[in-house]
Design a protein around this ligand. Structure first.
Ligand code: C5P
Length: 220
């Protein structure tokens, strides 16, 4: 669709949690629903973009001609899907709650219970957003930050360390913000460290605000 603000743009979005196998039936995960990423994808498509949505396990689905949904399980799979599409991406938003650690040696067979405790050794997962920041050429790259203390300072640090063009801070201190819920409260920080705060809104409204900010930066 010509004439829309994101016409001709290719957008890459990560969404949802990742699951890191402990054995064939168990995993480490988190409570991310994927809603924010899916709303960002739908909004981008409605604004004229072609979207690749890379999502970890979620109950959500999306049916839109301009959205290619790639379902992955683990952080490693999400990393590979993102890098496969990154060269052809104009704008990337990492909204996934990626597990920072994975079991080092996932068991091939279901673990049997034994007396006493159980230790599971973990190793670091790749930081997908950081790796996209390192590889950045022409892309406009956006991350999320979920902070519980020194929120703005930490988010600014993350923006600079990961070579981002903008970061969206979710405040967990605000009721109704962040994980799992249907509403969110964000602060948008651009790479000049200019900050803009928004009120508590539904996630579709938050997605509109985020796209309005990004579009104003890429057309500036
Ligand atoms: O450093 P932190 O995990 O707080 O950064 C959050 C941002 O980094 C989010 O945009 C998240 O999607 C992204 N991230 C990632 N890969 C990881 C960890 C975080 O892409 N392994």
């Amino acid at each position: 669709a010509k004439g829309l603000p994101l016409s001709g743009k290719k957008v890459l979005i990560t969404a949802g949690p990742t699951q890191e196998a402990i054995d064939p039936v168990r995993f480490l995960g988190n409570r991310s629903s994927g809603t924010m990423g899916f709303e960002l994808a739908k909004k981008a498509a409605n604004l004229g973009a072609k979207v690749v949505l890379v999502s970890g396990p979620t109950s959500l689905d999306v049916n839109h001609n301009s959205i290619e949904l790639i379902r992955v399980i683990s952080a490693q799979e999400m990393y590979e899907a993102c890098h496969n599409h990154y060269n052809r991406t104009d704008i990337a938003i990492c909204a996934a709650a990626v597990a920072d650690y994975r079991p080092k040696n996932p068991a091939q067979e279901k673990l049997k219970k034994k007396d006493g405790g159980l230790n599971i050794e973990l190793e670091r997962n790749p930081d997908i957003l950081l790796s996209l920041g390192e590889k950045k050429t022409h892309q406009f790259l956006v991350g999320f930050a979920l902070e519980t203390e020194n929120e703005v300072e930490n988010a600014k640090g993350k923006l600079q360390r990961k070579n981002l063009d903008a970061i969206v801070l979710n405040s967990l201190k605000d009721d109704g913000a962040g994980f799992g819920g249907t509403t969110n409260k964000i602060t948008f920080i651009d790479k000049n460290l200019k900050i803009k705060t928004f009120g508590l809104k539904t996630k579709p409204e938050v997605a509109s605000d985020i796209w309005e900010e990004i579009i104003s930066k890429i057309h500036a």
